[in-house]
Design a protein around this ligand. Structure first.
Ligand code: BGC
Length: 730
């Protein structure tokens, strides 16, 4: 026995000793103690650390940082793909173990971490991104990002692919739910706070899709034509603001072309604007399959290709070796990736997997949903429902007994209790409006009808004190809405129910704006967007008055598609593309600066619900406006809660520029969210950056404040601005 053990000793030593050394080596690395690795010194700047480690790298190691390695489920037969080394996310980048540079594990995470079902994990679904924009709340945006950051790390990721901020120029865009609405300052501010707090969890952040990926139809072949001034003041401004706030590790360039060049090889977008004007220090990652060339893309400023290495792998190496791409250019790409890794903390704080805080996540998700749900109509104060009086409630609508809809595509979060959804499957989250309402209204009979048979739903509504109809509009990446009408005869269902009982409340679960032919027939409308894992509780809390709604629309709801800048959505020409290397059709954004409310204002078109609109169960008044010019213009005013319950008011500040600026009638320049008890007043001060009052001058390629008379307007929506004051700015 003893002899047997001794006999095995040499073998044991051979096995154990190297692993002891490896472990020591690893610990030394993790603690940054390795004397020959000066880049592990946390006291140095991310730039210095990136420079130091870059000097040690071979060309192959540098190139390995510049491309992905395939996607989950890809067979090993795909040359260059190593998906088995990934963590189940959309992409990953090989590290350089000998130098202590970790693998970058990326996951989509628009409103929660993607692909949890496939990987046997669990993720919280937050309300959709456009919903979170409806909170106008930077703290909520921060909580949103922090939750996603924590869940990414818990699941073994150190990079997020969330952070969508293409502005809503085209509300039929199937990804509207992934973005932050139509105003660049609101969208940029909120996405910035989201990414900042996401990165604080030591994940690399990403802002996308840069730029002007404002429709999904033909996204790989559309050439967006737009003036420099218009893009800088609209779509690009949202990115500029978001990048300033968050310093994201990465910017994802989009599929489409802009003014003739694909976004991922567009020198104006990637180098002139992003890297030079905005001084962006991180790296540009292509959208998946959005790279079209090697030398052109590299020279234009693309740093990293996903999901594989078609252009920035061997072809880039050959181009460097042949002198067609300089070593300095190669180094710049690699340095940017490395810098982001140091700056975000993923090198110093390696991933430690853990169990997601399910309860905490649900709580955060519900809280954000409550702040994101917009009360659009409340006739005769039908809401909140009075528990003491309401005896019977009809809950009507597809799946309203079990669940609420979510947004699809690469943003999709998997609901618990089932397998991975198919691409473009309508995915319902197990959060039951019926149960949540019944729990909040114990004294009432709460009955359900799916609405499949309008007559039966109407009969239930007729015999109930109140009917609540849950309707939905499903949207997803890779697809645009044919119209803003609700699908599947849901308009007819609402009309039928409302004609049986005018005490009908419609709860919208939509990704974008919806048209409402039945609006005059119903008493209440609540927009919950895609409300996430705890949507039903949030809605019930608002319907029954435990929560006072405060959200406001981050996008206009038009009366009809005919009022949009492009009544007809342009789609690619039919048939196969003759030349896949070139865009096949153009979309001219000749509405230019007039995006969202700026369009309706300028064109004098009435809307269904204006940008910035949302009701509360209390009322607010505004007074005492004072505008003080300075390096930042200070706008101060008083908001009073004139109703009889506490609530929060999003107070909005707009500015009209001097006529000579040639701008739409007004723009949002700031806001504040004020919490007030019944009867309470507060003075609000909003500082307005001069950038937000400026115009982009194409002649000098710079922002200019046009001297002249500016009108500052303050109030509770873009169309309710009771205070105004003119000042001269120079
Ligand atoms: C989407 C990106 C996404 C990527 C990886 C693309 O189809 O446009 O937003 O991050 O896939 O899943």
């Amino acid at each position: 026995m003893v002899l047997g053990f001794l006999g095995a000793l040499p073998l044991l030593l051979i096995l154990v000793i190297p692993s002891i050394f490896e472990r020591r080596e690893f610990l030394a690395l993790a603690q940054g103690q390795s004397a020959n690795r000066p880049w592990m010194d946390k006291a140095l700047s991310p730039d210095r650390r990136a420079d130091l480690v870059l000097q040690e790298m071979t060309i192959d190691e540098k190139i390995a940082l510049l491309h992905g390695n395939g996607m989950p489920g890809w067979p090993r037969s795909v040359p260059g793909a190593n998906p088995y080394l990934g963590n189940g996310g959309a992409g990953f980048v090989l590290g350089v173990p000998r130098l202590g540079i970790p693998i970058v594990q990326m996951s989509d995470a628009a409103y929660g971490v993607r692909s949890s079902a496939e990987n046997g994990r669990y993720s919280t679904a937050l309300p959709s991104n456009v919903a979170s924009a409806a909170s106008w709340d930077t703290q909520a945006a921060c909580d949103y990002g922090a939750l996603i950051g924590r869940e990414l790390r818990a699941q073994g990721y150190n990079m997020t692919l969330g952070g969508g901020v293409d502005i809503t120029r085209e509300p039929r865009n199937g990804r509207t739910f992934e973005y932050m609405g139509e105003d660049p300052i609101l969208a940029g501010t909120l996405v910035g706070h989201r990414i900042k707090c996401e990165q604080a969890q030591h994940v690399m952040g990403d802002i996308k899709h840069y730029a002007l990926n404002d429709q999904e139809s033909g996204r790989n072949e559309v050439n967006v034509i737009i003036s420099k001034r218009a893009m800088r003041e609209t779509d690009l401004l949202a990115f500029q603001v978001g990048i300033e706030i968050a310093n994201p590790a990465a910017v994802m360039c989009s599929y489409n072309a802009v003014n003739g060049d694909y976004a991922c090889e567009n020198k104006y977008l990637l180098t002139d604007v992003l890297k030079k004007d905005w001084n962006f220090k991180g790296f540009v990652v292509s959208d998946w399959g959005g790279t079209h060339s090697t030398e052109k893309a590299s020279a234009a400023g693309l740093d990293h290709e996903e999901p594989l290495d078609d252009f920035l792998g061997n072809k880039l190496k050959e181009a460097v070796q042949a002198g067609r791409v300089s070593t300095a250019e190669l180094d710049d790409h690699a340095r940017r990736v490395l810098r982001s890794e140091f700056a975000s903390g993923i090198v110093d704080d390696p991933i430690k997997k853990n169990v997601v805080d399910v309860e905490g996540g649900l709580e955060t998700s519900r809280h954000i949903a409550e702040q994101s749900t917009v009360l659009l109509k409340n006739e005769h104060g039908i809401l909140p429902l009075d528990r003491a009086k309401v005896r019977s409630i009809a809950v009507i609508g597809p799946n309203a007994n079990t669940s609420m809809i979510s947004g699809g595509g690469s943003a999709q979060v998997d609901p618990p209790g089932r397998g991975a959804p198919q691409w473009k499957e309508h995915v319902w989250f197990p959060t039951s409006p019926l149960k949540a309402i019944a729990a909040k209204a114990p004294g009432a009979t709460v009955a359900f009808d799916s609405g499949a048979d309008g007559a039966s739903a109407a009969a239930l509504a007729k015999k109930s004190d109140v009917a609540i109809v849950f309707v939905y509009q499903w949207t997803s990446e890779d697809f645009d809405l044919p119209s803003l009408s609700l699908s599947d005869n849901q308009d007819a269902l609402i009309e039928q129910v409302a004609s049986a009982n005018p005490r009908t409340i419609v709860v919208l679960e939509t990704g974008s704006a919806a048209t409402m032919p039945w609006l005059n027939q119903v008493s209440g409308v609540l927009e919950t967007w895609y409300a996430g894992s705890k949507g039903a509780d949030a809605v019930a809390n608002i319907l029954l008055g435990d929560v006072n709604p405060s959200a406001k629309l981050p996008m206009t709801f038009p009366r009809s598609e005919a009022d949009l800048p492009h009544p007809k959505l342009l789609t690619p020409p039919p048939g196969k593309r003759a030349d896949e290397s070139k865009p096949s059709f153009e979309v001219h954004y000749d509405e230019g600066l007039k995006v969202g409310y700026k369009w309706y204002d300028a064109e004098n078109k009435p809307v269904l619900f204006p940008f910035g609109f949302g009701l509360s169960y209390t009322t607010f008044s505004y007074s005492e406006l004072k505008v003080t010019p300075g390096s930042e213009t200070t706008v101060s005013f008083t908001v009073k809660n004139t109703g009889n319950r506490g609530g929060a008011e999003i107070a909005e500040v707009y500015a009209a520029l001097p006529a000579s600026a040639g701008e739409p009638p007004k723009r949002l320049v700031g806001w504040d969210k004020v919490h007030l008890n019944a009867g309470e007043s507060k003075e609000v001060r909003v500082s307005v950056r001069s950038l937000y009052l400026s115009v982009y001058d194409e002649g000098s390629n710079s922002w200019k404040l046009v001297p002249g008379s500016y009108t500052f307007m303050v109030g509770g929506s873009s169309q309710s601005l009771p205070l105004s004051e003119k000042v001269n700015l120079k």
